[in-house]
Design a protein around this ligand. Sequence first.
Ligand SMILES: C[S@@+](CC[C@H](N)C(=O)[O-])C[C@H]1O[C@@H](n2cnc3c(N)ncnc32)[C@H](O)[C@@H]1O
Length: 256
Amino acid sequence: MYNTTAFLYERTCAFEVPQTTCEEIHAALLQAGVHPPGLLGDLGAGTGLMSILFAERGWHIHGVERSLAMIAEAENKKIQLPQAVQSRLHWTEGDITRFEMPEGLLLDAAVCLCNTINHLVEWPQVEGFIRSAYNALKPNGVLILDSDTVTTFERFFDHAPVVVWDDGIHRMTRTCRFDGSSGRAHHTAILERHDETGWTTVSEEGMPLQYHQEPKLYEAFLAQGFIVESGEPYNPFPVLYQGIIPKLLWVLRKPA
Ligand SMILES: C[S@@+](CC[C@H](N)C(=O)[O-])C[C@H]1O[C@@H](n2cnc3c(N)ncnc32)[C@H](O)[C@@H]1O
């Protein structure tokens, strides 16, 4: 996923009210004592949706993203922004499970948002991400990330085909299957395009997601050396996720 369907990401997968979510995470960063114009890592930056909102609040962004199609979406939006905001945005192709900062640069803070940690389906990938993020931060730096709860997997990542986008030209149909015993979900997105002959399938992309048990994440953060300042229930999808706890929002600090 996030290759042929990158252009639909923000309309089908992203945070419900990105401005509000950015404001909440920004407030959490300020409360943790880190603030613009610091260097903020956006790990698994996607289409730059959150990077841009943070840059508009004065942060300098170092984004890491593995999908070139997602980075291309981000770059297309960047060129329409005021020059001052553009100058604070930088995305690089990379793997957040084993990335390194450019020589001489360290992050004041980092975010890894919209269940990106659940995209790291093998446990060594999660450990690699935690290690890389820790090494990329300055002493006293802060990492904020959200992880999906098992309720989200059970209630929302296990369903028959649903049309999640149809503008008459493109149609995207998503199917999800969740295996509770392994914690593994599989999403499939079928993208079709309409022309004079009717609908033709353009692509079929698969995407595995993994539920990571919260105590296991907590132990892994501590094992790396992070101070876990909080791990609180978080709901950035108030319309979709009513009356449940869909995520934990983690605030982690690298010791000074
Ligand atoms: C659900 S999207 C979230 C995007 C963005 N953080 C946001 O809040 O809109 C997950 C993103 O993580 C990226 N991703 C997944 N695994 C990755 C990895 N190992 N290294 C870099 N990017 C990764 C995907 O390509 C995708 O763009």
